[in-house]
Design a protein around this ligand. Structure first.
Ligand code: PEP
Length: 262
């Protein structure tokens, strides 16, 4: 069975001791789970400690951001080598909160993606439209531009080394998730766009996950969608019960999607 990806972005929450408690609870509860790829994404300060706690080889570690250079005079930035050293295999890149609040643009996002690939880190590349863009019918244009600019100079082989997270900005932290149909429609659009650029073989294997107010009660119909390969979870990843339930329901949904009945 294909493993759905469930990534928990803790954002700027949890001290080191709180991160240890939360990751212990999650790791204990999911220690037998084999049919999902689970990624915990704590703040930078907790990465090293969380890595030591993870019991399940299906639970991986990710960072919330990474800089585009390996070392140098970049005060306050964290290099891909440093987050790998702390145990990360993944890093979010271009989260809408960074694009909006810290004014990160597609050019910088592109450099970060290339740096991740160069350093064998898997970037989770966030793209998504605002409510205004959706209401004005500009959503496809926005997503197309973000794909074009963020993925500039990437080869088909590179596309196999990234995860794309479709995160409509209006759904992030608002409690209003995209409907499963809206998510599927956009994931299919992204896949078709990748097909145009890289061909069918690459686009059919591309990993596209959804993010925006995912919870225990909406995960199932999202994962059931043909082109939804997983989810990026913010708020609901901060409670171990909610997060573990999301993982379990995602596995059930994936089984149904693949026609398995056990
Ligand atoms: C996110 O931070 O990427 C996110 C999707 O947050 P939330 O689940 O809280 O909407």
């Amino acid at each position: 069975m294909k493993k759905p990806i469930i990534a928990g972005n803790w954002k700027m929450h949890n001290t080191i001791s709180e991160s240890i408690s939360l990751s212990k609870e999650i790791s204990e509860s999911l220690k037998e789970v084999e049919d999902a790829l689970i990624i915990l994404i704590p703040p930078f300060t907790s990465l090293y400690e969380v890595e030591k706690i993870i019991l399940n080889r299906n639970i991986k570690l990710g960072a919330q951001d990474v800089f585009c250079y390996e070392w140098g005079p970049f005060t306050g930035e964290i290099s891909p080598l440093m987050i790998k050293d702390a145990g990360c295999e993944f890093s979010i890149v271009g989260h809408s909160e960074r694009r909006t609040i810290l004014k990160e643009d597609d050019d910088l996002v592109n450099k970060k993606i290339i740096s991740c690939i160069r350093n064998n880190l898997i970037p989770i590349v966030c793209i998504g439209e605002t409510l205004e863009e959706r209401e004005k019918g500009l959503l496809y244009e926005k997503i197309e531009c973000q794909i074009e600019d963020s993925l500039k100079n990437l080869t088909g082989e590179d596309i196999q080394k990234i995860i794309i997270a479709y995160e409509p900005i209006w759904a992030i932290g608002t409690g209003v998730n995209a409907t499963p149909e809206q998510a599927e429609e956009m994931h299919l659009f992204i896949r078709k766009n990748l097909e145009k650029r890289y061909g069918n073989e690459t686009s059919s294997c591309a990993i596209i996950i959804y993010g925006g107010s995912v919870k225990e009660d909406n995960i199932y119909p999202l994962i059931i969608q043909k082109d939804v390969d997983g989810v990026l979870v913010g708020g609901a990843s901060l409670k171990s019960n909610s997060f573990c339930e999301i993982v379990r329901k995602a596995i059930e949904a994936q089984r149904e999607k693949e026609g398995k009945t056990w």
